[in-house]
Design a protein around this ligand. Sequence first.
Ligand code: PEP
Ligand code: CO
Length: 447
Amino acid sequence: MPSSQIENLFNESLIAHQQPEWPDKAKLAEVVNELRQLPPLVFAGECDNLKNKIAQAASGEAFWLQGGDCAETFAAATADSIRNRIKTILQMAAVLQYGASMPVIKVGRMAGQFAKPRSDNFEKRGDIELPAYRGDAVNDLEFTKEGRTPDPSRLLKVYNTSSATLNLVRAFTQGGFADLRLVHEWNKGFIKDSNIGPRYEAMAKEIGRALDFMRSAGINPEEFKTVDFYSSHEALILEYEKALTRIDSRTDLPYDVSAHFLWIGERTRQLDGAHIDFAKKIRNPIGVKLGPKTSQAEVIDLINALNPDDEPGRLTFITRMGAKNIRSILPALIDTVTKSGRKVLWVCDPMHGNTYESPTGYKTRSFDDVLDEVRGFFEVHNKLGTHPGGIHIELTGDDVTECVGGGLEISHDDLATRYESACDPRLNHTQSLELAFLLAEMLRDSK
Ligand code: PEP
Ligand code: CO
């Protein structure tokens, strides 16, 4: 298929929600044209490999672990920050894999997660009203007219920062750092003043002994030396995603080569909207967020729209119901899908239904609510005999104070100490590992 046909691939007459009002349309066209010439960030074959792994998870044979910032920023794309996030995800994966004896699919909300949907188009501070921050892909967090004006040249910076991030991710995960024998090393540099550090060290020691035992028996598989790590983000700014959609030379089919996995958010998943049309046309594995208002009919319509041929691994539902709702709302949705005979991967996002404002004025989440939603997710699946297939969380490897609770007992007053998120509050390193240990128990019990 010649590349020009990409232009006719998408239905341009549909409504695209949550798009920025770019003031300089000529500049936008220039940027889009430039993006279209740039090399792919991922290869279509990798997206297919991930799809195969998702199919395994959907069949109950693997667990999906997806984590990273709510909103990546250009400023935080540093070696330290990227390494700490990767180490955190690798540690969580080791805990899950060791605790539950199940392969773990490792996916970063990373190398492209730069755009945010917003409930309000404007933000008011005192008498001043300015456009809301929509992520570094669009405008600046700084509350000035200049900062908040959408600037299309930021999309090129998204591409370049994603490329640099992915380069480091690939170096870390393929170049020896992710070798399972370094399971100890991944904990270095993290604070140890909780019971989670020693617990991790103890597990790492056991893994080390198991590996030594295998080596002594002449077994030293290549699989332990590198890991497959996939990139993902919300497919939100359609100009960017479309500009990075290319025809795969192997299959002649279109893939969005900005990331391996793309998801459609709760606010943009209208069946007749431009985002679902976009997702329909690309061959990457796709996720859709499902909030507490999702109807059974919508779920079936989404399956028919996005996976009409029942391709294994194509579709993941990421539920974000809130701890209070999950036990009452999720069962009917799962039941409908099961009865339809179609297969999806069910993933729990225990973050987005549990956000509130602290009395001290910070957007936060309580570790207990996050845990309660995860427990509810497992309870519902265990009762229905379906596979609780994975988890989607907002985390960072840094010792931030953004979510309350957890072993370090972060309080509302503590939030001011180190609150750095440009958008939603993230679990810090200790809270993430703590969640992984609890998850491993749930996963083991549900098998
Ligand atoms: C997000 O994942 O950051 C997000 C905005 O989620 P949702 O679409 O579920 O609200
Ligand atoms: Co978020």
